[in-house]
Design a binder for this molecule. Structure first.
Ligand SMILES: O=C(O)c1ccccc1NCC(=O)[C@H](O)[C@H](O)COP(=O)(O)O
Length: 219
């Protein structure tokens, strides 16, 4: 089975090169100004060129207005939108129709009942990113480096296209893959040396840990 792997919050050529060398299927750019991972749309457009025909370039936005989305789509030319705010199913449908791009809707999970929040988006969003709830006081809806209880995902209906996200790193990715067996995974803080500073060596370590966990399962 293939495993989608998204490295999120890229800001440098070195981090992009490490993500592509490791075999990332998705590379993410953050357009939330309060984030230490924020990139200007034009700079994301430059960085994403390295990923063309190699990985899908994902624009991560949070309740963005039409003008900002127009600018991001024009300058970055993303392959996919990740909506990480409180966008309704109607807004997801509207943006899909407007830009003709697949949409990944991020939803935060902390208890089994949270899985019910997926239902209204089924048939509207193309993918889901299931992330942790931000800790109290966090300014960021994502990228907090906090994991949730992956066993909750056992209650998910088969066939939901999702990425497991939140607090993943080289040390815990093996357990996450064993417990949840997700179709995709996403990492940001776990491959950083400081908030917003991607470390190519940690990116490489993450891919090695994923490979080792997958080899164990195949054996
Ligand atoms: O990463 C951010 O700074 C961010 C800010 C605002 C909205 C979303 C954000 N990140 C989205 C992601 O897809 C992250 O990879 C995801 O939340 C997991 O982050 P982490 O727990 O740090 O691995």
């Amino acid at each position: 089975m293939t495993l989608d792997i998204k490295i999120c919050g890229l800001k440098t050529d070195a981090a992009m090169a490490a993500a592509l060398a490791g075999g990332a299927s998705h590379v993410g750019f953050i357009f939330f100004p309060k984030s230490p991972r924020y990139v200007e749309p034009a700079e994301a457009g430059r960085l994403r060129e390295a990923a063309r025909d190699k990985a899908l370039a994902v624009a991560v936005t949070v309740d963005a207005d039409d003008a900002f989305l127009d600018e991001i789509v024009a300058r970055m030319q993303p392959d996919m939108l990740q909506l990480h705010g409180s966008e309704t199913p109607e807004r997801v449908a509207e943006l899909k129709a407007c830009y003709g791009l697949p949409v990944m809707k991020a939803l935060s999970i902390s208890e089994p009942a949270d899985l019910q929040r997926i239902k209204p988006y089924i048939g509207v969003a193309d993918h889901f990113l299931l992330d942790s709830k931000p800790p109290m006081g966090s300014q960021l809806p994502g990228g907090n480096g906090v994991a949730f209880d992956w066993r909750i995902l056992a209650g998910l209906d088969d066939g939901v296209e999702y990425m497991l996200s939140g607090g993943l790193n080289a040390a815990n990715i093996g357990d996450a893959l064993r417990q949840a067996n997700p179709p995709g995974i996403d990492v940001s803080s776990g491959v950083e040396s400081a908030p917003g500073v991607k470390d190519p060596a940690l990116i490489e370590q993450f891919f090695r840990a994923v490979g080792a966990a997958r080899d164990d399962r195949a054996a």
